[in-house]
Design a binder for this molecule. Structure first.
Ligand code: ADP
Length: 212
C-alpha cells in the first residue's frame, strides 16, 4: 500500500518517539486529534502501528512474512533465467534426443524458420516418440511437440514468483522466457531464456541464505 505524506510523517514520529499518544502526534503536526484519526486507523489496520490504551502508539514494523513476500516479488525472471536450448521444427526426434543429452536439459524449445517459438518438446514427449516404432531420424520434432499457441511462457519483466506459480498451475517443468517481435504479429515470440524448476530451487536456496 502507498502511504500518504502525512502517514509517512506519523510513522517517522512514532519510530523516533514511540510509544506516543495520538494527542502528542497531532501536536507535533499542528493538527487536531480528530484530523489524524483516519490516518492512525489506517496505519494500525495495515500493521505499521500498534496501539495500547493509555500508552499510545508504537511502531510495529513489517512482519517477517511481509518482508519475505516483498523480497520474493522483487526477484525478476530476467535476473534468474538460464540460456534457452532451441532446436528447429524440421530437426529429427533423434537429433532432439542427442541435443537433450549434450546440453543436459530436460526440455527443448522448438523454433520455426524465422527463429520464432513454435513449440516445446519434453523428455516424455521424446520417450513416447521413441516407443512409437518409427525411424527417429525421419520423424521431425514438429510432429510430436506441444504447439503454439498452447505454450505457457513468461517475459523477462515477470516476477520469479509468477513463473513458479505457472510451473505449478500448468504442471510443466520449464517455461520459455519470451519477448514479442511486434512487427511480426501478436503471437510472434522470440525465445530469450528458460525458467525451470531448477531455477526456482536455486532462488529458494538463495533466499534461505542468511549471510547476505
Ligand atoms: P515431462 O513430459 O518430461 O514430464 P513436462 O511436465 O514439462 O515434462 O511436460 C508435460 C507436457 O507438457 C509435455 O507434453 C510437454 O510438451 C508440455 N509442455 C512442457 N512445457 C510446456 C510449456 N511451457 N507450455 C506448454 N506445454 C508444455
Amino acid at each position: 500500500m502507498e502511504l500518504t505524506k502525512r502517514q509517512e510523517q506519523i510513522l517517522q514520529i512514532v519510530k523516533d518517539e514511540g510509544p506516543i499518544t495520538g494527542e502528542k502526534i497531532a501536536e507535533k503536526l499542528n493538527l487536531t486529534r480528530a484530523t489524524l484519526r483516519p490516518d492512525l486507523a489506517i496505519l494500525t489496520m495495515a500493521g505499521y502501528l500498534d496501539a495500547r490504551p493509555r500508552v499510545g502508539y508504537f511502531y510495529a514494523g513489517k512482519t517477517g512474512n511481509q518482508l519475505l513476500a516483498e523480497r520474493l516479488r522483487k526477484m525478476k525472471v530476467s535476473d534468474y533465467k538460464a540460456r534457452p536450448v532451441v532446436i528447429r521444427e524440421a530437426s529429427s526426434v533423434y537429433d532432439a534426443i542427442t541435443t537433450l543429452f549434450l546440453e543436459d536439459v530436460g526440455t527443448l524449445y522448438v523454433v520455426n524458420e524465422e527463429g520464432l517459438l513454435a513449440g516445446v518438446v519434453s523428455r516424455k514427449d521424446l520417450l513416447r516418440a521413441a516407443l512409437g516404432g518409427k525411424r527417429l531420424e525421419d520423424l521431425p520434432v514438429g510432429v510430436i511437440m506441444t504447439r503454439m499457441p498452447n505454450i505457457i511462457t513468461v517475459t523477462p519483466e515477470d516476477s520469479l514468483y509468477d513463473a513458479a506459480k505457472k510451473l505449478i498451475d500448468y504442471e510443466v517443468d520449464s517455461l520459455p522466457v519470451v519477448v514479442e517481435v511486434k512487427e511480426k504479429g501478436p503471437r510472434a515470440l522470440e525465445v530469450v531464456g528458460r525458467i525451470t524448476k531448477t531455477t526456482i530451487t536455486r532462488a529458494f536456496v538463495e533466499l534461505g541464505q542468511t549471510d547476505r
